[in-house]
Design a protein around this ligand. Structure first.
Ligand code: PEP
Ligand code: MG
Length: 583
């Protein structure tokens, strides 16, 4: 029986989240949760040292408190926001000793492992919720249940393989997940899933970028929703408004369907307006608009939005989506398919950016303690030259134009670039490629490169500005950590100053710099990038219309006169308010 139908007698409930991809979806929920509660409840294992088990629980509780405080900071501008109030209530529970003592006392008395005791308590609460007829008490029980879940998650290692259950999703489902890893997103059976809900997802994470590319309605970041769902819950996603309805009424369903028809008509109208690859700003500067893509369907989508060039093709997604290594022929066929898409003039292929959170299942990559600071991108390729050559051969054999643009991920020092160049040259010689120009560029996504760019510029044909990672490493905040994102803002004046120096150097050396991180797809972000001197923007296909409109309406020269004032602020909020007041 559905939890909600019991507590709230089939009443409709609405939750708000953040839209990752707009649209309307309606269906039954299919859940992907990290925890198999029953298995944990049945675990009869005991601990040798109760004190160390209590310390583990204590650590998970502190981690939960930090996460929730982080979420609250994200909403601190509006303390009456319902999300803020939910987090505040959750923090009160966690600070109440009795709440944790229910768990720790059982561990002390029985020597059972913490995870198993927490699972028992969650099931007990779930049963109480089912018996409860009073909505107020029901909500309190659900909050408690949600918090024990959070503590439990924080005690478990991150290794459970959920891919098999993901592959078995029934057709027409709304996929609900607590979190999704890139390797899981790459195998989502997209013909079966009509919409996606993710309880926690940082907006600039690889996960968020890959999810957007699926082009189905997605809402993320809504607290306390997961524990209300089970497989039979009827959910309506209105990702135009960032709202989700449980047990939606017919009136809501009808009005969302009407809204969808209107939105589609408007976007079709905009799309038939033609070529969007060039934008003229208000002060007549010429800017170029390209798209980011990670699949053939992204490229088609870019084309249908009036774009003819792919500024960043994330090639690693092919590897993440496969459970076995592709043969040389399969890989070449894949690139041939990409290169012959009609209307696309140029694709910049980024070589595999593996490592970090992008670990293909078949490569048996070593699990590192700090993967985001580890053997990622070019570091991984240079330590696996055969893999790098295999990809290069596929791209170079498949090319069908006179120029090829290769982009090297995660370059740190000039030596990385030199070593990568010599491997590329080896493959060019091996394949006897003579009449084709191979242009080589680097991603700028590590501060050391942004701050020493002049040492790279004489050896590259172009560069791409990856603000997602650049910000992650500049602010020391993992881009996946939703609750820490208030520390990681591309509008921080210090970050903007660094970008200004970098972009100015590239412009002075006549090297094209393409902004391809999420900052370029953001209204304030693209405005600032234009003021800082960027003239090539590579954005998500779905953002083309909005970014085209914004760029065409700004007076770049006038904005440049404001840069000194912007650099003088000491925080991101002030910069954002200032920019908003001048757009
Ligand atoms: C970036 O880091 O900004 C970028 C474009 O690359 P990715 O998001 O794939 O890491
Ligand atoms: Mg990056």
């Amino acid at each position: 029986m559905n939890l909600l139908s019991n507590i709230f007698a089939n009443s409709q409930m609405t939750f708000c989240g953040t839209t990752l991809f707009p649209g309307i979806a309606h269906g039954k929920v299919s859940q992907l949760k990290k925890v198999d509660l029953q298995k944990l409840c049945n675990d009869t294992g005991t601990v040798n040292l109760v004190s160390s088990e209590l310390a583990r629980i204590d650590l998970a509780v502190s981690k939960s408190k930090d996460q929730i405080s982080g979420f609250m900071n994200n909403y601190s501008h509006d303390k009456n926001d319902s999300s803020y109030l939910i987090f505040e209530a959750e923090l009160r529970f966690l600070n109440d000793r009795a709440f944790i003592e229910i768990i720790t006392t059982t561990v002390k008395n029985t020597n059972r492992i913490g995870e198993s005791v927490l699972a028992d308590e969650i099931v007990r609460l779930k049963n109480n919720v089912l018996k409860c007829n009073d909505a107020f008490t029901g909500k309190g029980l659900i909050t408690a249940q949600d918090l024990y879940y959070r503590i439990l998650y924080n005690m478990l290692p991150d290794t459970e393989d959920r891919i098999p259950s993901l592959l078995k999703i029934p057709a027409g489902s709304i996929l609900f997940a607590d979190r999704l890893a890139p390797v899981e997103i790459a195998v989502i059976p997209i013909d079966k899933v009509v919409g996606i809900l993710i309880e926690e997802c940082a907006l600039h994470s690889h996960a968020a970028i890959m999810i957007k590319a699926l082009e189905i309605p997605v809402i993320v970041n809504f607290p306390g929703f997961g524990s209300l769902l089970d497989e039979s819950t009827d959910v309506l996603i209105d990702a135009y408004q960032g709202e989700l309805y449980l047990n939606p009424s017919d009136i809501i369903i009808n009005s969302c369907q009407k809204a969808e028809i209107q939105h589609k008509a408007i976007s079709e109208q905009i799309n038939i307006e033609g070529d969007k690859s060039i934008v003229q700003s208000l002060d007549n500067q010429i800017l170029h608009l390209k798209c980011n893509a990670s699949s053939k369907s992204d490229i088609h989508s870019a084309r249908s939005h009036g774009i003819t060039e792919i500024g960043l093709f994330r090639s690693e997604i092919l590897y993440l989506a496969n459970t076995v290594m592709l043969s040389d022929k399969q890989e070449t066929d894949y690139y041939e398919g990409l290169f012959k898409i009609e209307g696309i003039k140029e694709i910049t292929v980024r070589l595999l950016d593996l490592g970090g959170d992008k670990l293909p299942v078949f490569l048996q990559m070593e699990k590192e303690s700090d993967p985001q600071l580890g053997c990622r991108g070019i570091r991984f390729l240079l330590s696996h030259p055969e893999l790098m050559k295999k990809q290069l051969r596929a791209i170079l054999i498949a090319h069908n134009t006179l120029s090829i643009r290769l982009l090297l991920p995660f370059i740190t020092i000039p030596r990385d670039l030199a070593d990568a160049r010599s491997i590329i040259n080896e493959v060019i010689t091996e394949l006897k490629i003579i009449d084709t120009s191979v242009f080589i560029g680097i991603m700028i996504e590590i501060p050391i490169v942004a701050l020493s760019i002049k040492h790279f510029l004489s050896n590259v044909d172009f560069v791409c500005l990856g603000t997602n990672d650049l910000l992650q490493y500049f602010c020391a905040v993992n881009r996946d950590q939703t609750h820490l994102q208030q520390y990681s803002r591309f509008t921080h004046p210090a970050f903007l100053k660094m970008l200004h120096g970098l972009i100015t150097s590239c412009v002075n050396h006549n090297i094209d710099i393409t902004a391809c991180g999420e900052m370029a797809s953001d209204p304030i972000g693209c405005t600032l990038l234009a003021a800082l001197g960027t003239n090539i923007f590579s954005v998500h296909p779905d953002s083309v219309n909005q970014i085209h409109q914004i760029l065409s309406k700004i007076n770049i020269k006038q904005f440049q006169t404001l840069l000194t004032a912007i650099f003088d602020f000491d925080n991101a909020d002030d910069v954002e308010n200032f920019v908003k007041s001048h757009i």
